[in-house]
Design a protein around this ligand. Structure first.
Ligand SMILES: CC(C)(COP(=O)(O)OP(=O)(O)OC[C@H]1O[C@@H](n2cnc3c(N)ncnc32)[C@H](O)[C@@H]1OP(=O)(O)O)[C@@H](O)C(=O)NCCC(=O)NCCS
Length: 164
């Protein structure tokens, strides 16, 4: 479906965010969101560097003028990898993650990207649900890939989506 068909519709109960490219001035907001999603948070300067990197494609979701989600991918030739995707904690389950990722994937198409990869913790059920719904397939598992702050570890699933 064309992206313009999914332009934000203002529902009565569940307004949809606007999606746009990430900009350097979003870095502080992205670092704050990242800290809501992960134990090992990336800092503002990490995001500034990523957004400035020409191989990185970033989109943010904006609701009521506030950045409420982001997704970043890195392109290498005709492949790309999702580096991170996070939505605001209090907004999860409202469809923003799916809207953001679908928009992002639509934006990768004109860049001639044929394959999109990602890694996800096996216990991250919400993320797995999102990826499976959007057509990602499991291609591998990395044992004890993630080290948690409590000292335990978790496996990572590698997933891919083919565009064509
Ligand atoms: C993964 C993430 C980006 C999904 O964002 P989101 O805004 O919740 O996405 P959606 O609202 O589109 O929901 C995705 C699925 O999770 C479900 N979901 C989300 N929050 C939920 C909740 N609190 N309770 C139950 N289901 C929930 C949705 O219903 C949807 O499933 P469905 O399509 O079967 O209904 C978000 O959970 C997040 O930021 N997590 C922390 C960071 C993270 O883990 N990123 C991924 C790392 S690989």
């Amino acid at each position: 479906m064309l992206s313009w068909l999914r332009r934000p519709l203002l529902g009565k109960t569940n307004p949809r965010p606007l999606i746009r490219f990430a900009r350097s001035e979003d870095s502080a907001a992205l670092a704050k969101l990242h800290a809501q999603g992960f134990d090992k948070a990336w800092g503002v300067t990490d995001f500034e560097a990523l957004i400035a990197d020409r191989s990185v494609i970033g989109h943010v979701a904006v609701l009521d003028g506030r950045v409420c989600g982001f997704v970043l991918s890195r392109q290498a030739a005709d492949e790309a990898e999702i580096l991170s995707i996070v939505t605001e904690k209090k907004q999860r389950g409202n469809g923003h993650g799916r809207q953001l990722l679908q928009w992002h994937m639509d934006a990768l198409l004109p860049l001639r990207i044929k394959m999109l990869f990602l890694e996800v913790e096996t216990e991250n059920e919400l993320a797995l649900r999102l990826y499976k719904k959007l057509g990602f397939l499991e291609i591998g598992r990395r044992k004890s890939y993630y080290r948690k702050v409590d000292g335990t570890s978790a496996d990572a699933l590698t997933m891919k989506k083919r565009f064509e």
